[in-house]
Design a protein around this ligand. Structure first.
Ligand code: SIN
Ligand code: CO
Length: 397
């Protein structure tokens, strides 16, 4: 079995080389790239914790544990989150259940000592050691993890199935809270013995099922913050350090040509106020700013009407002479985009034409006139249904 013609997916380890190769070779060829099964990564492996101690830990108030029972005939999954009780364990069936305890390395120094074998990785990339105990058939079902993981077999045998197909579907089953995959078609399957270790990079669908008897699996999990988490925290970090007096400023302001437009000069000033975002894609920066500035310092927000209107109903009202009044709390702005404009209202963005964006921003009362073009009607309906415009009979009638 090979991942490519030259790269084996299965190797044999030894006490000297738990990865079956040098750490440098593992990092170059497999780390974050390809799964690898290492037979006897830990020869004569003796797990550092007994199943009973793991169960005892699951009773602790602050330990993170889950008991998962699979009703195979009905394909129902029951998940009980810890702290667990003696009663929970007393009522487990003979098979098809598993106990999982996270962060066991924080509770048990012998378990933490296992991490020394992973010191070829930066220590801050390591998350925790999760340990599972399962009776035959027990597991968490097919799923995908966002992090690298080393799955070391501790006691008994576990059947592992994985998919190396980069296009494997990743949709979740809607009926199970375990984020199980709806479809899982394995490309590789193995039976792991104590001391065998399976490395999985992020995003590889996998399913491990206890086989034959009691089974303990030790998962050394890595952590890597998402770009969303990094961005959010960096923004908080920078914001905390910036003095309140440093603000968006426009001493060079020229008379506005079009009401509400966030124009090129405003975009340039924005980049000056956000030096770390200067390299950002302009369309994204504008989209964010338009939403932000129309929400900024709004003490209240318009509320959508109880009953939404339709395009036909609104056209009828307008043809009958009704006006559209801007809600007093509706804040508006617009920006040019490829092929038209984006109108921003109270944090919402609506694609439209430059003409209509300008008009909606400049006129507090819209008199659309006898004929309302269809492309205008769809924007006006959206604005009415979001509460930003209110249709009212014209006073002049
Ligand atoms: C397990 O130990 O049962 C599950 C580990 C995993 O698949 O992430
Ligand atoms: Co997993």
């Amino acid at each position: 079995m090979t991942t490519s013609r030259t790269l084996p997916i299965e190797v044999r380890g030894s006490a000297k080389q738990p990865l079956g190769m040098s750490p440098a070779q593992f990092l170059r060829d497999y780390w974050q790239k390809h799964p690898l099964l290492i037979r006897q990564a830990f020869p004569d492996f003796v797990p550092p914790i007994e199943p009973n101690d793991l169960a005892g830990l699951a009773l602790e108030e602050s330990a993170l544990s889950r008991l998962i029972i699979h009703n195979e005939s009905r394909d129902r999954w029951k998940v009980k989150t810890g702290p667990l009780t003696e009663k929970d364990f007393a009522s487990t069936p003979d098979s098809n259940w598993t106990l999982l305890v996270q962060d066991v390395d924080k509770w048990d120094a012998d378990v933490a000592a296992l991490l020394e074998h992973f010191n070829f990785l930066p220590s801050w990339r390591l998350d925790d050691i999760m340990i599972s105990y399962a009776e035959p058939g027990g597991g968490v079902g097919p799923h995908v993890d966002q992090y690298d993981v080393f799955l070391l077999q501790g006691i008994g045998q576990r059947h592992w199935a994985i998919s190396t197909d980069p296009d494997a579907p990743k949709d979740f089953r809607p009926d199970v809270e375990l984020k199980q995959l709806q479809v899982f078609e394995p490309t590789n399957e193995w039976l792991l013995e104590p001391g065998d270790m399976l490395y999985l990079p992020p995003g590889v669908p996998h399913d491990g099922i206890a086989f034959g008897g009691p089974c303990m699996t030790i998962s050394v999990g890595l952590r890597s913050p998402s770009q969303a988490e990094l961005t959010g925290d960096l923004a908080d970090y920078l914001a905390e350090r910036l003095p309140d007096e440093l603000r968006y400023s426009d001493p060079d302001l020229a008379p506005a040509k079009a009401a509400g437009e966030i124009d090129r000069a405003a975009l340039a000033r924005l980049k000056q106020a956000l030096p770390f975002a200067a390299g950002m894609d302009e369309a994204t920066l504008l989209d964010w700013f338009g939403r932000f500035i129309t929400r900024y310092r709004n003490a209240q927000l318009p509320v959508p009407p109880e009953k939404a209107t339709t395009e036909a109903a609104l056209i009828k009202q307008l043809d009958g002479g009704a006006q559209l009044l801007r809600h007093p709390w509706a804040r508006m702005a617009w920006a040019r985009r490829k092929g038209g404009a984006t109108l921003f209202v109270n944090g919402h963005a609506y694609p439209t034409s430059v003409e209509l964006a300008e008009r909606v921003c400049s006129e507090r009362t819209l008199e659309p006139g006898k004929r309302v073009p269809v492309d205008e009607a769809s924007l006006l309906v959206a604005l009415v249904n979001d509460g930003h415009l209110v249709a009212r009979k014209s006073k002049r009638q």
